[in-house]
Design a protein around this ligand. Structure first.
Ligand SMILES: CC(C)(COP(=O)(O)OP(=O)(O)OC[C@H]1O[C@@H](n2cnc3c(N)ncnc32)[C@H](O)[C@@H]1OP(=O)(O)O)[C@@H](O)C(=O)NCCC(=O)NCCS
Length: 219
């Protein structure tokens, strides 16, 4: 029996090749995440500039955009910003499954949660102000079946539309399917379950129209 050493160069099998490719892809994604995290948290003017460039690469953007530190964007291909848009610190925008469309000159205070995952659209018009910690989500859990855990019953989704010139104040929650008319104001802490007419000022839980802009009489 010959004990000669096999000196032929080793070839990589298909299986090993697949594993290497998978690892390289994983590494590539990790590197992208690290670079994005760097952009996300970079302070100062340099950070503002870097984020502007990064966002321009990632989004369908037709104007200038400013974005503070700590913001997260998921499903970027389904998010569009038209014109000048400003986003405060820690904004969360997610459109994996649905879409988000923001109009010119609209501004988001810090810690907003704008979520069109699973389905449905969030359309925010021009010249809108979205206060700190506002939540908008197009999907809601289904819970009709008592014998099935809520988490296993899936979701249903519906569009949220905020027309031009609206002010959605701090901590308001806009539920799926709600349409807020042009020029309307939603008060701090309101939970909006139904449509709000144009120029109305709606407050409370659930949000009810108390008056109309330019009209002092309280309903
Ligand atoms: C909605 C808002 C703009 C209304 O202001 P306004 O027209 O001056 O309202 P008024 O103070 O005349 O209040 C009218 C009635 O609504 C009630 N009200 C006002 N804001 C309310 C709110 N957020 N939630 C529940 N009730 C509210 C008032 O108590 C008053 O009720 P009453 O007649 O029974 O006493 C204001 O109250 C508000 O919520 N501002 C948001 C502030 C904020 O979030 N700032 C963060 C920066 S975006």
């Amino acid at each position: 029996m010959s004990l000669k050493k096999d000196t032929r160069p080793k070839t990589i099998s298909d299986h090993e090749g697949t594993i290497i490719l998978k690892l390289l892809k994983l590494l590539g994604n990790e590197i992208i995440e690290w670079v994005e995290a760097l952009f996300r948290f970079m302070p100062g003017r340099l950070g503002d500039g870097a984020r502007r460039l990064w966002l321009k690469k990632r989004f369908r953007m037709s104007g200038k955009m400013s974005c503070s530190t700590g913001c997260e964007f998921f499903g970027a291909e389904n998010i569009s910003f038209k014109g000048l848009v400003g986003i405060g610190a820690n904004g969360f925008f997610s459109a994996r499954g649905g879409s988000i469309q923001i109009g010119d000159n609209s501004f988001f205070n810090r810690d907003v949660h704008i979520n069109a995952d699973i389905g449905g659209r969030i359309i925010i018009g021009e010249n809108c102000l979205i206060g700190p910690k506002v939540i908008m989500r197009t999907a809601t859990h289904r819970f009709e079946k008592k014998e099935v855990n809520i988490k296993d019953q899936g979701h249903q989704s519906a569009d949220i539309v905020i027309e031009d010139d609206c002010w959605i104040s701090a901590n308001a929650v806009i539920l799926c399917g709600v349409h807020v008319g042009r020029g309307a104001i939603v008060g701090a802490g309101a939970v909006v379950t139904k449509d709000i007419p144009s120029m109305a000022i709606a407050v409370g839980v659930p949000a009810k129209v108390r008056k109309y802009r330019g009209d002092q009489s309280i309903l």
